[in-house]
Design a protein around this ligand. Structure first.
Ligand SMILES: [Zn+2]
Ligand SMILES: [Zn+2]
Length: 547
């Protein structure tokens, strides 16, 4: 079977893997690229996903870097099912709409600039309507059940311990030499995550996709991290200062509510006001409360004892902009939890503008900060950051607490991997920054003696065929690795035939589109178009004469 890595390789965002078995094609995850203009350009090129030819999408969890391009794919012709857990579907309902709002607002802002420069306006990646429409394609599946997807392909979702509804996915495929098993770790949680169940262990598999977000780091223990948070809150309360926590709306926010609640229940901190300033986090918290069947035993026990682990004595939800503004008028010491978690957008930016320059304020970073984000710059010690067109000095106390991470650290990843009992297991290390994935890959080879590869963006591989071969890693910085070059890492014959298939497919798709346009009474006679067609023909003729 053929595999193509369409995202989440040598980077943490844009997770998507295309799998192809005969004429059957499907995706595992369909995520959005995030973290700056250059990488986000990739969000526009979903034709490489073959939307109209895909039979289904298997979705590990609701985070936008895994689900964010689904509405776009549907807009471009995908009409199969999106398979995920019930909680993932519910979370996607609010998260995809939130993402669409951001796309619309961004396009509007960009278009104002484009218009002034006399350029051509651009559509948003997708609209709120597209996001709403996409939900009808979602089909939910329970944890732990083996589900016959289609002839020759079975799947199973198991707990990944990352966020509510998150799953690792096992896929059994019938191949010539017998049944083979692919495993996608998805985003893998820490062991003993709060609220939700632990990641499941998998023992069997032939090929594994393993995430590596923290593949080169060790988290502090949860106890130490909670102690650090306690110290920060106590110091801030003593100084009558504020604690600002940028948090991902899903899971991190609920984890922090849960943890602060524990500290209050134990009498370690007084009941201070805690603001949840993110409509998305508020909706996500409601979804958590509705999906208590995903909770672990500890949380279930709390619930049955009459305690609500997601409530606090004074929790203030601000949905509207007015409510959000009012937070800064409240002069009492308080804790503000707001999104986005990487400080790149959303209301957190207002709070940072108010507090980053104040020496007494405390900013507590609890989640992963991708390259190119404002959060990353703050963590890396920037003296100033730019917010709303203004340089803001960074003078507040900046704390980074690793132990709240929703991802396993290096030790956790290796530990989870060590349960596989197949010495022939091949591991694609993905969902990590390039050097991090490489470091983890080396460790896996050294300590567990398994074959590893760190795929390139859009690279293809053939699995279970005699000529397949795992390629050694090599560093090709993204900027000097144009799309064409990426294919060089595959065996030459495979590459040539794959390229021919691509050419065929692209040509057929173009014909279909032309036919459709004609049926609508529209002739494509634009000179730019014709010039491009001429160029293609010239190139084909040249190629043919060279062969
Ligand atoms: Zn995730
Ligand atoms: Zn992710």
């Amino acid at each position: 079977m053929r595999v193509q890595f369409l995202g989440g390789v040598r980077t943490v965002t844009g997770s998507a893997t295309l799998l192809e078995k005969g004429s059957l094609k499907w995706l595992v995850d369909c995520g959005m690229f995030q973290g700056g203009k250059e990488i986000e350009k990739r969000n526009r090129s979903v034709q490489h996903y073959y939307p109209e030819e895909l039979s289904f999408i298997l979705l590990t969890h609701a985070h936008i870097d895994h689900s964010g391009l689904i509405p776009k794919l549907i807009k471009e012709g995908f009409h199969g099912k999106v398979i995920c857990t019930k909680a993932t579907r519910e979370l996607c309902e609010v998260m995809l709409q939130d993402s669409a709002h951001i796309q619309e607002a961004e396009a509007e802002w960009q278009n104002r600039k484009i218009k002034r420069a006399g350029g051509e306006e651009r559509d948003p990646l997708y609209t709120v309507k597209d996001a709403e429409r996409s939900l009808q394609y979602f089909q939910t599946i329970g944890y732990d059940e083996i589900f016959p997807m289609i002839d020759g392909v079975k799947i199973r979702f198991q707990d990944a311990g990352h966020i509510l509804g998150s799953a690792m996915i096992e896929i059994w495929v019938e191949e010539e030499g017998g049944e083979k098993k692919l495993v996608f770790s998805g985003d893998l949680g820490n062991s003993d995550p709060p609220i939700i169940r632990d990641p499941s262990l998998v023992k069997e598999g032939d090929v594994l996709w393993l995430e590596s977000t923290y593949g080169n780091r060790l988290h502090k223990s949860r106890e130490e991290t909670v102690q650090e948070l306690l110290n920060i809150i106590q110091e801030a309360l003593r100084d009558r200062a504020k604690v600002i926590i940028p948090a991902f709306a899903v899971e991190r926010t609920q984890d922090i509510i849960f943890t602060i609640g524990q500290l209050m229940r134990k009498g370690l901190i007084p009941s201070v006001p805690v603001y949840i300033d993110s409509p998305l986090a508020i909706s996500a918290t409601e979804i958590f409360k509705r999906n208590s069947d995903c909770f672990d035993e500890e949380t279930k026990t709390l619930l049955s004892g009459g305690e609500n682990p997601l409530e606090l004595p004074e929790i203030i939800y601000s949905r509207t902009t007015e409510e959000s503004k009012a937070i800064n008028e409240d002069s009492r010491p308080r804790i503000i939890i707001s999104a986005s978690g990487m400080c790149d957008s959303g209301r957190i930016q207002h709070h940072l503008k108010h507090h980053l320059w104040r020496e007494s304020s405390h900013i507590v970073i609890i989640g992963y900060q991708a390259e190119g984000t404002i959060g990353r710059r703050i963590v890396d010690g920037a003296k100033t950051v730019r917010l709303f067109g203004e340089e803001i000095a960074v003078k507040a106390h900046i704390h980074t607490l690793g132990g709240f991470s929703a991802h396993a650290d290096q030790k956790g990843l290796l530990e989870w991997l060590s349960h596989f009992n197949n010495p022939q297991l091949e591991v694609f290390v993905n969902h990590g920054e390039e050097k991090v994935s490489m470091e983890l890959g080396q460790l896996i080879r050294r300590d567990l003696h398994l074959t590893t590869a760190i795929p390139q963006w859009r690279e293809e591989k053939f699995l279970f065929s005699p000529e397949k071969e795992m390629q050694p890693e090599r560093v090709i910085p993204e900027k000097v690795a144009p799309e064409e070059e990426v294919r060089e890492v595959s065996a030459p014959e495979e590459t040539v035939s794959a390229l021919f298939r691509h050419t065929d497919r692209n040509y057929k798709r173009l014909r279909r589109k032309l036919k459709r346009e004609r049926a609508r009474g529209k002739e494509v006679t634009d000179s730019r178009w014709l010039r491009q067609l001429e160029e293609i023909n010239d190139k084909l003729e040249k190629l043919e004469s060279e062969l």
